[in-house]
Design a protein around this ligand. Structure first.
Ligand code: SAH
Length: 252
């Protein structure tokens, strides 16, 4: 079996228990070298074969699995964060299907959750936003025109933007043209949960300057929205005047 495992955002102990157990018994590990914490590889067995996918093509990755595959072996593809986000796992699954190799996915803590955690932030603050938009600026991978950030901005929802920290000038302009106020709170979270993590709180219009001042061009998430300020309404769920399945309201 090939296991696509989410390694989590960086800190070694943010991989899931299931992911760690599979890693410990893996016969082969192919890890995304640019973003997966290499310390995780210390947990593999002595005879585990380890490959860094940063220098490999899709076909080379699949070839390693094809050559190593046997029903009793544990083959691991270690992706950063959660594999379902910008992980290019579908194309790997389709090729494994062609070779009749079974696979399974072990989810991980995505970096957008890691970034919220280190900011002590809640994306879904009552009275502010109940929606999180996960997206990116267009790079070599095209973004469908209907999902252009300028259009997504019209919702003024909480946003987490991946793969975009080298394009903050156009990013900021698009979001402002689309509807966010220039002073909307924003944060740059570089290497969330890694030992060298950096957190920069800023505003939407000052994003490019803040990144330049801190020399950040990659491995960062950009968060934008009112959820980063302290203005919100308290949740109804814990309100003393609100009854629900498990608790009666405490009204006078
Ligand atoms: N599957 C991953 C995303 C892979 S795309 C996930 O769920 O997090 C790679 C992008 O993710 C990077 O360009 C950056 O925007 C973001 N990223 C990954 N790890 C990060 C981290 N620890 N801190 C901040 N951003 C991170």
């Amino acid at each position: 079996m090939v296991y696509f495992i989410g390694a989590g955002p960086g800190a070694v102990d943010l991989i899931t228990v299931r992911g760690m157990e599979l890693l410990k018994k893996a016969d082969v590990v192919i890890y995304a070298g640019s973003l997966v914490n290499p310390e995780l590889l210390q947990y593999t067995k002595g005879d585990c074969k380890i490959y860094n996918s940063a220098a490999m093509t899709l076909e080379e990755v699949i070839q390693v699995f094809v050559e190593a595959y046997s029903p009793e072996k544990t083959l691991v593809r270690l992706h950063t964060g959660d594999p379902s986000l910008y992980g290019a796992i579908k194309e790997q699954m389709d090729l494994l299907d062609e070779h009749g190799i079974p696979y399974s996915v072990v989810p991980g803590v995505s970096s957008f959750c890691g970034a919220a955690a280190v900011l002590n932030a809640e994306f879904t603050l009552p009275g502010v936003s109940q929606t999180v938009i996960l997206s990116r600026m267009e790079g070599r991978t095209p973004v469908p025109a209907e999902e252009d950030l300028e259009m997504l901005a019209s919702h003024k929802a909480s946003m987490a933007l991946f793969l975009s920290s080298a394009m903050l000038e156009p990013l900021s302009q698009k979001l402002i043209r689309g509807g966010y106020a220039p002073g909307t709170p924003a944060a740059i979270v570089y290497k969330a949960t890694w030992p060298d993590q950096k957190i920069i709180r800023t505003t939407l219009e000052a994003l490019p300057q803040s990144a330049a001042e801190n020399h950040i061009t990659k491995t960062a998430l950009i968060l934008v929205g009112g959820f980063l300020s302290s203005d919100y309404e308290r949740s109804k769920l814990y309100d003393s005047s609100f009854s629900h399945e498990f608790r009666q309201a405490k009204t006078s």
